[in-house]
Design a protein around this ligand. Structure first.
Ligand SMILES: *Cc1c(COP(=O)(O)O)cnc(C)c1O
Length: 466
């Protein structure tokens, strides 16, 4: 940034700008200190030559108003996800059910999060989620923390702090965002005891490590974000639980995805569920609230009463405590699972996975018709076969056949994708070799026409006929 010896004579002083009537209006709306900061930002950009000093009052006003508008805009804004990635971590992972959204809005004020209305005294923060989760997972007890990573760190610290954690070499994975199993074990104050090899780890590899008597837990990590295939072998939760029982060492199973619905109903055969894992003898299971469970960001620790009690009384539990709004949203999401058929419709993540390709195709064709009616030239857009993915580091091998609205963008692809992102509300789509692709599987059907209008406005269509 240049100093006050800058020769740009056209750059006015802050006070002169603040004295303009239009700036007075801005001060009235936002308060003086904030407006002064915006004006300073514009003026210093001029002095630095980043923007040209304007010659008219109107041009100066436009610059300041644009800066103010950008600064006042919220960072977290709703977007329409037309990428076909269901658990899009950058776009907030699971979109919540209507019931969860209302419960979260209602809990934002005073609420009963830690208050027992019947007794008129303090109650347990986790009571309702605890009961719902324990029942659904078939566990004796459960606990909710901030996220899956926190749930794993807490389980490890509580059961194996200062002791060994036996893990297969094939499960020393990175989950994403720098979250690596060996580092989490270390951060939890436990010692990593890797066993077996990358592709094959047998029960007897664990047995050998447990014979030393130094281990506090056996950890099994679900390979949720990559596939291991070919010459492979791994120990089942059943075998590890039996082995652990003889050695007096519990098994922690990090499932990551937290699928509470029937995998077969979603075409996700083979995806392990917390209930299966608890039934197979895992002492604790840990999983996320905002992956396949379809709720808000949270981490669940469920399992044997004594082990959950140890997690609950560990100091880290307080540090990972989640807030009332999250607990209300999770509780409302879990309540939708009472009726499994209803959950497949009411939990958006499950509904999106279960939507047949033919239904997505029907919606894509309707959107295409709307685009043509709005002026998109025939031949510029079509519906093509494609695939949606689950995303969020879950079910890497699963591809859901889908139908995509494809718009011929040519070398304007980047500009058109940016145009969609600048739309209100922003629409995030995909691009591939000159084609702009919109997958309506991840769009709320109520937003289909909005996507069609936004696409049409790129391709020569006029504004919406409202
Ligand atoms: C996603 C995942 C985690 C981390 O959960 P967050 O809720 O993202 O913190 C941990 N373990 C596994 C296996 C996962 O897939």
């Amino acid at each position: 940034m240049s100093g006050n010896d800058d020769p740009r004579r056209l750059v006015p002083g802050v006070d002169r700008v603040l004295a303009r009537p239009w700036c007075g209006q801005l001060v009235e709306a936002h308060g003086r200190p904030w407006v002064v900061a915006r004006v300073r930002a514009v003026l210093s950009a001029m002095r630095a030559g980043v923007v040209q000093a304007p010659e008219t009052d109107g041009a100066l006003r436009d610059l300041v108003l644009a800066e103010a508008a950008t600064a006042a805009e919220a960072w977290v804004r709703p977007v329409v996800n037309a990428t076909g990635v269901i658990l899009h971590t950058n776009l907030g992972r699971a979109p919540l059910a209507t019931e969860a959204r209302s419960a979260m809005a209602a809990a934002a004020g005073y609420c009963t999060v830690e208050f027992d209305l019947a007794a008129g005294e303090r109650g347990s923060r986790y009571e309702r989620c605890r009961r719902l989760l324990a029942e659904m997972v078939g566990a004796e007890d459960a606990l909710v923390v901030n996220n899956g990573a926190g749930a794993l760190a807490l389980a490890l610290a509580a059961l194996a702090g200062g002791r060994g954690v036996v893990v297969s070499h094939g499960e020393l994975v990175e989950i994403g965002g720098g979250f690596r199993v060996p580092e989490v074990v270390e951060a939890a104050g436990a010692r990593l005891v890797p066993v077996g090899t990358t592709n094959k780890t047998r029960t007897r590899d664990y047995a050998r490590a447990l014979s030393g008597g130094q281990a506090g837990a056996v950890l099994k990590v679900h390979r949720s974000n990559f596939r291991l295939s070919g010459f492979t072998e791994e120990a089942s939760v059943e075998n590890l639980a039996a082995l652990g029982a003889r050695a007096g060492v519990p098994v922690i199973h990090d499932l990551g995805t937290g699928l509470l619905a029937d995998p077969a109903a979603l075409g996700l055969e083979g995806e392990p569920t917390p209930a299966q894992s608890v039934a197979a003898g895992a002492g604790l299971v840990v999983f996320s609230g905002d992956k396949l469970l379809g709720g808000p960001q949270a981490g669940v620790v469920a399992g044997a009463e004594e082990l959950v009690r140890r997690a609950k009384s560990h100091p880290l539990c307080r540090a990972l405590r989640c807030d009332k709004v999250t607990l209300a949203g999770l509780e409302a999401t879990l309540a939708l699972y009472r009726d499994p058929a209803r959950a497949l419709q009411a939990v958006p993540v499950l509904r999106m996975i279960a939507t047949p390709a033919e239904d997505v195709r029907g919606r894509a064709c309707a959107a295409l018709e709307a685009m043509f009616a709005a002026g998109t030239p025939p031949g510029a857009a079509t519906v093509v076969e494609g695939e949606s993915v689950i995303g969020g580091g879950a079910c890497p091998g699963v591809r859901l056949p889908s139908a995509l609205v494809s718009l011929d963008a040519g070398d304007r692809l980047g500009a058109w994708l940016a145009g969609l992102r600048a739309h209100d509300p922003p629409v995030v789509a995909r691009g591939r070799s000159g084609s702009l692709l919109a997958d309506l599987r991840t769009v709320d059907p109520a937003d289909d026409s909005l996507v069609a209008t936004a696409l049409a406005s790129l391709s020569g269509g006029g504004p919406p006929a409202s």
